[in-house]
Design a protein around this ligand. Structure first.
Ligand code: ADP
Ligand code: MG
Length: 612
């Protein structure tokens, strides 16, 4: 044997077990996840999690599920021991959260595990007594057992986590961080399973408590806030192989992070960046570029079409028809988010009018007066989409009809408000337009609204022009000088700018020759437009493609061309603006993602004055 070559040895079984356990169990939050899945699989409708020190010192999870017979406890803590599947085919038809039979065994290997269980009287062959069985496993070694007085259900104690695996213990975070992770996990499950009551305490502190049998909307209101719950659009669709029900947050509740995004597949909260990205795409310019939508998306698919056995902690699933599924989701969400009011049919005159059309609004007003009032036309589309029967997943039959009714009342009703508004419009503070709708009061930010209208119009024009590569030669080509930081970014974007119809050439330090611009931009201050786009890049807004480049350019253009706060509007101009807004996709927000309007229902107004 040479001293330089390592010797290969078979690891002792305890070490093997500890390594394997680390795949499943790495911190209190993953233990909580495994144990609450077990409780759900046992049919519990009340799950209580008691922590000491963020679960680092102790965590106890109690459920009122069907429990285990006394002779089953020792089996439950063995590796690959499960009551949930017995064949590989079962794996493909999985309806349970657990299936590997590893969680309890892993916890027992790396901690001191106390398992107590008493079968539910209804499920037990034995005459009912008040006792269950207690089993204690010390770090995968000694086992003791004894009868114990307890209510039906199961209790699992986990203490001394990683006490004998210092390498792992070292990686545990602070109590606060662990508690945070546990609360995040429990919140996700509590949203995914609103029928179950959940409680989390740490020491004497109550961290989370929701009662059983809540509707999804009640659960959302309690966990994410009642004002959040009124900022959700219900959406649902059904496809040959799968269906979804979603609550999409309005731009008002968009965030900089993905913290308020929940994806649930067959009641299992998962993380799936591709699905999240598709939802984000569907919002398109409805959100600011850096913003992430808030949403809850419940996907329901035949278990044999997905594989949950691809992640050691079951945090993701793989799909057989993933591309199809993502496309179906994208298409369907886009139509739901961009709905145009049927009352606001596109009017050529409005679309092709140049920017200062508000100044000469009289003709368009006459035009709209000839149309039937909007409230006599069809229902606004959000309400339409919303009033179709939801394709219900069996597990949602109890909560979703209620959700549907609640959301119909609470969902943001901007489309409805725009479609049913009165003709009298009041401009206040030279900034806002106020009008009455069939269900309350509508307040519009005139600048944001006009920005959206112009942006959408510019986009249509640009799309046509890019399609035929309609550009304008500049003769002589202006020589533009940019600040060094911006000039530095420009060369990289040249190919993209070229696709949009620009032809720009580097011309020495900080200088660029602009030979050609997209036709729509020919009358604009070219330097300003380019600088605005480059500034966004400098601010860290990543341009993923020509669409985003176009978006930045047009958003800038729209902002510059739109009426400002402080500009007086005649009633006719205000009327034109709202009519156009109604016919515009994404009417609810300006191209920077700020809201264009707010609605107040009469019920809300009544509350201000304490009317019943
Ligand atoms: P899995 O969940 O993959 O089956 P676990 O190690 O998590 O594996 O649990 C092993 C078995 O112990 C389960 O299959 C189940 O029969 C039983 N069990 C675990 N927790 C509970 C519980 N809270 N209530 C009833 N039975 C449980
Ligand atoms: Mg399990």
């Amino acid at each position: 044997m040479t001293p330089h070559l390592p010797t290969i040895r078979l690891l002792p079984p305890t070490v093997i077990a500890q390594i394997a356990a680390g795949e499943v169990i790495d911190r209190p939050a993953t233990i909580v996840k495994e144990l609450l899945e077990n409780a759900l699989d046992a049919g519990a409708n009340q799950i209580t999690i008691r922590l000491t020190n963020g679960g680092l010192t102790k965590l106890v999870i109690t459920d009122n599920g069907h429990g285990m017979a006394a002779d089953q406890l020792a089996l439950a803590v063995q590796r690959h021991a499960t009551s949930k599947i017995s064949t590989v085919t079962d794996l493909a038809r999985l309806h349970s959260y657990g299936f590997r039979g590893e969680a309890l065994a892993s916890i027992a290997t790396v901690a001191r595990l106390t398992l107590r269980s008493r079968p539910h009287p209804a499920d037990s062959a034995e005459p009912s007594t008040n006792t269950g069985q207690e089993l204690v496993v010390h770090h995968g070694q000694t086992i003791t057992r004894q009868p114990v007085g307890m209510p039906p259900g199961t209790q699992v104690w986990v203490e001394e986590l990683f006490a004998r695996v210092p390498a792992r213990r070292k990686f545990l975070a602070s109590a606060n961080v662990e508690r945070q992770a546990i609360l995040q996990t429990v919140t996700q499950f509590a949203l995914a399973v609103p029928e179950v009551g959940w409680t989390v305490t740490d020491g004497s502190q109550l961290c989370l408590a929701v009662p059983p049998q809540q509707t999804l909307l009640e659960r959302v209101a309690q966990l994410l806030g009642s004002s959040f719950a009124t900022q959700l659009w219900p959406v649902a669709a059904e496809f040959p192989d799968w269906r979804y029900t979603g609550l999409l947050g309005t731009p008002q509740v968009a965030r900089r992070s993905r913290a308020t995004q929940l994806i649930v597949v067959n009641r299992r909260p998962i993380s799936d960046p591709a699905i999240a990205a598709v939802v984000r795409t569907a919002y398109a310019s409805g959100l600011e570029l850096k913003s992430q939508p808030s949403f809850l998306l419940f996907i329901d698919v035949a278990p044999e079409l997905i594989d949950v056995n691809v992640h050691p902690r079951k945090e993701s699933v793989s799909w057989q028809q993933r591309t199809t599924m993502l496309n179906e989701l994208r298409q369907s969400l886009i139509t739901k988010i961009t709905v145009q009011s049927p009352g606001g049919t596109t009017n050529d005159q409005l679309l092709t009018a140049t920017v200062p059309e508000l100044a000469t609004a009289t003709t368009t007003v006459t035009d709209t007066q000839q149309k039937p009032p909007a409230d006599q036309t069809d229902q606004p589309p959000w309400v339409l989409a919303d009033s179709q029967p939801l394709p219900l997943a069996p597990q949602f039959v109890h909560t979703l009809p209620q959700l549907h009714r609640d959301l119909k009342a609470a969902a943001p009703s901007w489309q409805h408000a725009l479609a049913t508004r009165e003709r009298t419009i009041l401009q206040v503070h030279l900034t806002y337009l106020i009008t009455e709708t069939s269900s309350g009061i509508l307040v519009v930010d005139q600048h944001a609204a006009h920005e959206r209208v112009l942006y959408q119009r510019f986009l249509n024009i640009l799309n046509d022009q890019v399609a035929v590569r309609q550009s304008v030669q500049l003769d002589p080509p202006p020589l533009l000088t940019f600040p060094p930081a911006l000039a530095n970014l420009l060369p990289e974007e040249l190919p993209l700018l070229n696709q949009l119809g620009y032809e720009i050439e580097a011309y020495g330090q900080q200088r660029f020759l602009v030979r050609q611009v997209p036709a729509i931009l020919q009358d604009q201050a070219i330097q300003d437009v380019l600088e605005a786009v480059l500034q966004d890049l400098a601010d860290g807004v990543h341009l993923a493609g020509i669409e985003e480049l176009a978006h930045r350019t047009l958003a800038y253009l729209a902002c510059r061309s739109a009426v400002k706060a402080g500009d007086p509007l005649t009633e006719a101009q205000a009327e034109t603006l709202l009519t156009q807004l109604q016919a515009t996709p994404y009417a609810f927000s300006c191209p920077h993602g700020r809201p264009t309007l707010q609605t107040f229902t009469w019920a809300q107004v009544g509350k201000w004055f304490q009317r019943k």
